[in-house]
Design a binder for this molecule. Structure first.
Ligand SMILES: NC(=O)c1ccc[n+]([C@@H]2O[C@H](COP(=O)([O-])OP(=O)(O)OC[C@H]3O[C@@H](n4cnc5c(N)ncnc54)[C@H](O)[C@@H]3O)[C@@H](O)[C@H]2O)c1
Length: 271
């Protein structure tokens, strides 16, 4: 998939972020930085990758884990410093850390603390990661596509939107608002550095089987209804199917793609 550089994944301890980490490793990245607030999840992902014994460029794949809260800007900046210190550069970022939440009774009863928790992680966290990543990428030499030597691949960042970055479901004040914000953040940031070879896109998954959807009875109920009625393919996605979209947006094959939303949703958005 033309991803010969260093990859960084937030939310790498579970679900889609974990699938992205496994796929960067499988498809040939040169090094992998795994970030999450959950240390056990991170270590499990690292172990699973190391068991595969990948050897990009003839050397064992280096995988490092970093525990952080993406909603804390100092922790994000310090972690990027550590990653650059360890790997020398960051070529691909998958910003998958996120929280979902249903506000019982709707917006009239939404608690400020719940709004703040979700928007802190989903919006501020994505902003802190995007800012640190672009700052680093602007200082890097471009890498060329390993397939056909396409120039100006200084870095690619994939933010995590959702179909709910474009449409809404009830009782989802903070989640829907945060995912809509990600689409705007992605569009404006992509304009800032399009000429510098930094590409910034949003992946917009439909309903996907992960701990986020399966561990919450309310979210799982909505998911099953929406999948049955609204998803032409009639099933939810596997995390691997979303990761494949992220890898496409990361690598040289998407060299002319920036500022866009890639829907991986079983046809949901066309209904
Ligand atoms: N699962 C779906 O149906 C679906 C659909 C559309 C979009 N998404 C988005 O995909 C992304 C990944 O979701 P998932 O389904 O894999 O969820 P998940 O709950 O399985 O994984 C999310 C990961 O983010 C980490 N995380 C949470 N808060 C954090 C913080 N403050 N700092 C660092 N890490 C933190 C968690 O520890 C967890 O490992 C999210 O942004 C989510 O909104 C998911």
């Amino acid at each position: 998939m033309d991803i010969s550089g260093i990859a960084l994944v937030t939310g790498a301890g579970s679900g889609i972020g974990k699938a992205c980490a496994l796929t960067y490793a499988r498809d040939g990245c040169a090094g992998l930085a795994l970030l999450d607030i959950n240390q056990d999840g991170l270590l499990a992902t690292k172990k699973e990758i190391e068991e595969k014994a990948y050897t990009p460029g003839g050397k064992p794949l280096r995988v490092e884990t970093y525990v952080l809260d993406v909603a804390d800007e100092d922790q994000v900046n310090q972690t990027f410093d550590k990653v650059v210190n360890a790997f020398g550069r960051v070529d691909y970022v998958a910003s998958a850390a996120g929280l979902a939440f249903k506000h019982k009774g709707g917006i009239a009863y939404a608690k400020t603390e719940d709004w703040k928790r979700v928007t802190d992680v989903n919006i501020n966290g994505a902003f802190f990661v995007l800012r640190a990543a672009t700052k680093q990428m602007l200082q890097q030499e471009c890498i060329l596509s390993v397939i056909d030597g396409r120039p100006l691949q200084r870095g690619s960042i994939v933010n995590f939107g959702s179909i709910q970055g474009h449409i809404a479901t009830p009782l989802s004040t903070s989640y829907v608002a945060s995912k809509h914000a990600i689409i705007g953040l992605t569009k404006t940031a992509s304009e800032d550095y399009a000429k510098d070879g930094i590409r910034i896109n949003a992946i917009c998954p439909g309903y996907t089987y992960t701990p986020m959807t399966l561990n919450s009875p309310e979210i799982q109920k909505v998911m099953e209804e929406k999948v049955a009625v609204m998803t032409p393919m009639g099933r939810a996605a596997m995390a691997q199917e979303i990761a494949d979209g992220v890898i496409y947006l990361s690598g040289g094959r998407s060299s002319y793609v920036t500022g866009t939303s890639l829907f991986v949703d079983g046809g949901y958005m066309q209904r």
